[in-house]
Ligand binder design. Structure first.
Ligand SMILES: Nc1ncnc2c1ncn2[C@@H]1O[C@H](COP(=O)(O)OP(=O)(O)O)[C@@H](O)[C@H]1O
Ligand SMILES: [Mg+2]
Length: 311
């Protein structure tokens, strides 16, 4: 198996003024995945990404990215970055923003010539490339921001709150682009406080709360633990029958029966019972704890300011 692209252990960051933004983060990000770091504002997401992109230094950090210790500047040639709340100079055009970051990244003019057109096309900004940033909507600024993050053909791309202030269509475009980047073999690291952004696109999710990683795993792993089956009937379930179902461990609503189960088997006797009473069944489906429910639970019962490691 290929080594992880990012491997961190016990990363801590204490800002001046004694804000402990990260309290011992250990994390592995496999190659070619979309990793979503989810957490409320102030959890420490941007701090972690700034450490990985060498913008700030950790108070304590044992970590490797792309085979080099975290903080190794030359590694940044292989990394793309869209900062949070990025503001490009308003007097530049979109195309000039890309030129500028190509310059910073040391992309040769020849390579840039080919790449720029592709990138602008990719983020659907070709038509707007000669307009000034001052005329762009928030969504357009983010599109240009993503294009500039890809200018050096990076192996790892950090997107810090990429959909912040972007309309639904723009968010969908960003999701599709993220999937494409992953399919090209790149590793995409997304910071967000918006769960819905990750649910559809992340392969792995880490939940950060008060500087600690309180959950980490594939969406499947994180949400499989609490699986339910819900059955809906055409009309209301008669009270006597509902009582029998509850006695058997089910939860009943007006026309729903829900049971906690890892597979559909335990629902079969329920179906038999309902059918024997000639109740019409309309649907049955598997319900998982949504990422949102999981997130709220993790952030609520996550470790507070006391001692305690990542689980
Ligand atoms: N430059 C700084 N100086 C002092 N405290 C900071 C600085 N930057 C961030 N913080 C604090 O560190 C914590 C984590 O912030 P941040 O990493 O931006 O969180 P997130 O990106 O999850 O919203 C917050 O309490 C924030 O106020
Ligand atoms: Mg942030």
């Amino acid at each position: 198996m290929e080594p992880p692209v990012i491997e961190l252990s016990h990363v801590r960051k204490m800002y001046r003024g004694r804000v402990e933004a990260l309290r011992g983060i250990s994390l592995q990000v496999p190659k070619g995945c979309v990793f979503g770091l989810l957490g409320p504002n102030g959890a420490g997401k941007s701090t972690l990404v700034k450490i990985l992109t060498t913008i700030i230094r950790a108070t304590e950090c044992r970590g490797i990215m792309l085979g080099h210790p975290v903080g190794h500047k030359p590694t940044l040639k292989r990394v793309g970055y869209l900062p949070e709340h990025v503001r490009f100079p308003e007097y530049l055009t979109g195309a000039q923003v890309i030129d500028f970051s190509a310059g910073l990244a040391g992309v040769s003019p020849r390579r840039l010539k080919v790449r720029k057109g592709e990138l602008l096309e990719r983020v659907k900004m070709s038509e707007w490339q000669r307009r000034k940033v001052s005329t762009y909507s928030k969504g357009m600024k983010q599109r240009i921001g993503i294009a500039q993050a890809l200018v050096n053909d990076p192996e790892v791309v950090f997107l810090d709150e990429p959909t912040d202030g972007v309309d639904p269509e723009g968010r969908r475009d960003i999701r599709n682009l993220v999937r494409e980047l992953r399919d090209e073999g790149r590793t995409v690291f997304i910071n967000t406080h918006l769960l819905t952004e990750l649910e559809q696109v992340a392969d792995r999710v880490g939940i950060l709360s008060k500087g600690r990683l309180v959950r980490e795993g594939t969406l499947e792993e994180l949400t499989a633990a609490q699986r339910q089956y819900e059955l809906r009937t055409q009309g209301p379930i008669p009270p006597g029958l509902a009582e029998r179902l509850r006695a058997g461990g089910a939860t009943t609503g007006g026309n729903t029966v829900t049971i906690d189960a890892q597979g559909p088997e335990p629902m079969q006797p329920v179906i038999d019972l309902l059918r024997s009473e000639e109740i019409m069944i309309r649907s049955m489906h598997e319900k998982r704890l949504s990422l949102e429910e999981l997130f709220l639970e993790a952030v609520q019962d996550g470790p507070g300011d006391g001692e305690g490691g990542a689980r």
